[in-house]
Design a protein around this ligand. Structure first.
Ligand code: ZN
Length: 121
């Protein structure tokens, strides 16, 4: 499963980060997953809890933010919401569209706990 391997690499990277910081555990992970990133947020959340079991991130709350897809027309410059890569400009019908947002996929923040206190990284 696509989402499972992604979840595992997220867990790996947040755990490595937490260990470097000397954290007792990870209490939260915030992800940015654009609507055009080709990743199912719901399925990713499910896989994350499976992948995090038994690690420092086992109790981490996963928050997934999903920015909308936005395209920009190469002909008329109009910006509009897209739900698919091969979008068409609603104004001039051009297919020369550049995706300007919605493809994000990154770990936005990790909340770790060090001896009872919380710290945002
Ligand atoms: Zn256009």
């Amino acid at each position: 499963m696509h989402e499972m391997s992604i979840a595992m690499s997220i867990v790996e990277s947040v755990v490595a980060h937490a260990q470097k910081e000397g954290a007792l555990r990870i209490s939260g992970v915030e992800l940015l997953v654009g609507k055009l990133a080709g990743i199912e947020a719901e399925s990713l959340k499910f896989c994350f809890s499976a992948a995090a079991a038994g690690t420092l991130a086992a109790k981490a709350l996963l928050v997934v933010e999903e920015p909308e897809g936005v395209g920009e027309c190469g002909e008329c410059g109009m910006r509009f919401q897209v739900t698919f890569y091969y979008a068409e400009c609603p104004k001039c019908r051009s297919l020369r569209i550049t995706i300007v947002s919605g493809e994000e996929f990154l770990i936005q923040s990790i909340t770790i706990e060090e001896e009872g206190e919380q710290e945002n990284v």
